[in-house]
Design a protein around this ligand. Structure first.
Ligand SMILES: [Zn+2]
Length: 499
């Protein structure tokens, strides 16, 4: 009889933006819910990385007992606090200690998380796992491909799998991690990992995997995986706002016991990315006034204005008012939807009450290097306290804190206390009684995740806004990333710099 394998599951994620000075706290994780124990299997049934992992294992028919430990997720933002780091460190340690003997661990992290004083949170979390489990229990590490691969991760994980697409498909990553785990536990696969670090970074305007150089690079990785000896080949174009000691793009190839093959393929993927290094730097974003005028004059809506500098999904705070300023100054008449995440503004609008006309400074409180408050007059609309239900997302509801509709000229603002999913899902507007279809333009606080608005969208315009998520990587205040790094510095041959 085949032995039943006990597989522990841990999922903890946050993507850090080092140029956002506002730290990410436990409160940010609580917005998405922190779930422990067997409740994890019910909460994430069929969705996200956990759902994909569990479904794939179950569909395999292999005898497996799941040992779910903890699931925590926060939207991208500044470095996580020491308190948040220690909270999850303790959950991992105590959870694994209490789990009893386990045969494998599915460790689902982000890969680009930094804490106050810790550049490589995932590496440190792997150390915690190894301290409890010892060196021999297989750990399959699942990452967002915008993560930063570090020496610790490669040394401590048995195998690493990364998202295969942008926009991401965490369910797929979960399935892939399960496939690798099943081959290790039930087929005797012995994973061997080779990796290359490239002295390369880029803004995210070429990050979609369905087009341009990223498609070429990712398609090549998929082609390599057709060889059954290759357990996974993955590319890691590190998100461009992580200023850490080992920062840079990577490739990782994991084979079943074939070191030479892994090394050769990791080299090939690294060379391919390097050959396209200039293509990755191509910018599509247009100046703010031009973007707003184009949206206003478009034949039909909905025009998505991507606020690149203030991308909440890229770790900004969501309180930029640069596009708002342009719309009001240019006296645009078309109706515009726009989120604003700013607790003091929420408090002021709630104090004034529904129906009140208020003049106040909005936006620009979080990152004074980039923004200043803008004085506007508007009318307070609906006020909501509590959870906001979501469809078509990894979870069924989100805590945005108190949310207030605030009408300023042609702009319908959804002002919220917490970042949550910002205004990147039509669901949050519809819940507040706003029909996005009635609008000509919608400002999205993301530079890549346009999929939720896709059915309503006629055009996406990238707006070249400044901010912690800005596309201009040259003027960001880098201090920790290893130099030289392309394109900040001229480099001809990555091998002279990379590992
Ligand atoms: Zn990502």
């Amino acid at each position: 009889m085949i032995k039943t394998m006990r597989i522990a599951i841990i999922h903890i994620g946050q993507e850090t933006n080092d140029f956002n000075p506002v730290p990410t706290t436990l409160r940010d994780y609580e917005s998405f819910g922190i779930v422990e124990g067997t409740a994890i299997l019910d909460t994430y049934r069929g969705v996200g990385e956990i759902g994909g992992f569990v479904d794939e294992v179950r569909n395999s028919g292999r005898p497996v007992e799941f040992v779910p430990i903890v699931r925590g997720w926060a939207v991208a933002g500044g470095r996580i606090t020491q308190e948040a780091y220690r909270f999850f460190e303790q959950k991992i340690r105590q959870g694994l200690q209490a789990a009893g003997p386990i045969d494998g661990l599915s460790l689902q992290l982000h890969g680009a998380c930094a804490a106050e004083g810790i550049d490589d949170v995932e590496g440190a979390q792997l150390e915690t796992c190894r301290a409890v489990l010892g060196p021999n229990v297989p750990i399959v590490l699942g990452l967002d491909h915008h993560g930063n691969i570090t020496r610790k991760m490669v040394a401590l994980a048995s195998a690493i799998v990364g998202h295969r697409t942008q926009p991401h498909d965490p369910y797929d990553t979960g399935r892939m991690g399960a496939q690798v785990m099943l081959r290790i536990l039930f087929e005797g696969a012995t994973p061997v990992t080779a990796w290359r670090k490239l002295p390369l970074l880029s803004h995210q305007e070429q990050f979609l995997t369905a087009q341009g150089p990223m498609k070429i690079w990712f398609d090549r990785a998929r082609a390599l995986e057709a060889d059954r000896r290759v357990l996974q080949a993955s590319n890691y174009p590190m998100q461009p706002w992580l200023d850490v000691a080992e920062g840079g793009w990577s490739t990782v190839v994991c084979t079943d016991g074939d070191r030479a093959l892994a090394e050769r393929l990791a080299d090939e993927l690294a060379d391919l990315a390097w050959s396209m290094r200039a293509d990755f730097q191509k910018k599509d974003a247009v100046p703010i006034d031009e973007a707003v005028r184009r949206g206003d004059q478009a034949a039909r809506g909905l025009i998505v204005l991507s606020d690149t500098g203030d991308t909440v999904f890229g770790g900004s705070s969501g309180d930029s008012n640069l596009i708002l300023e342009s719309i009001l100054r240019l006296k645009i008449q078309s109706p515009v939807l726009m989120p604003l995440i700013e607790p003091p503004t929420v408090a002021a609008l709630v104090a004034a009450g529904e129906g009140a006309t208020v003049t106040l400074g909005v936006g620009g409180h979080s990152a004074p290097k980039f923004f200043r408050p803008l004085t506007v007059t508007g009318r307070v609309g609906r006020i909501h306290r509590g959870m906001v239900p979501l469809r078509n997302y990894y979870q069924s509801e989100i805590d945005m804190g108190t949310t207030v509709v605030f009408q300023v000229g042609p702009v319908t603002m959804l002002v919220s206390e917490y970042r949550g999913v910002a205004g990147n899902l039509p669901d949050v507007y519809e819940f507040m009684g706003i029909d996005p279809k009635q609008y000509k333009m919608a400002v999205l606080k993301t530079a890549s995740n346009f999929q939720y608005f896709k059915a309503l969208t006629s055009e996406v315009i990238r707006v070249d806004t400044t901010g912690p998520g800005q596309s201009d990587v040259f003027t960001l205040p880098w201090s920790r990333i290893p130099r030289p790094v392309y394109p900040l510095d001229p480099i001809d041959d990555w091998r002279r710099v990379g590992t």
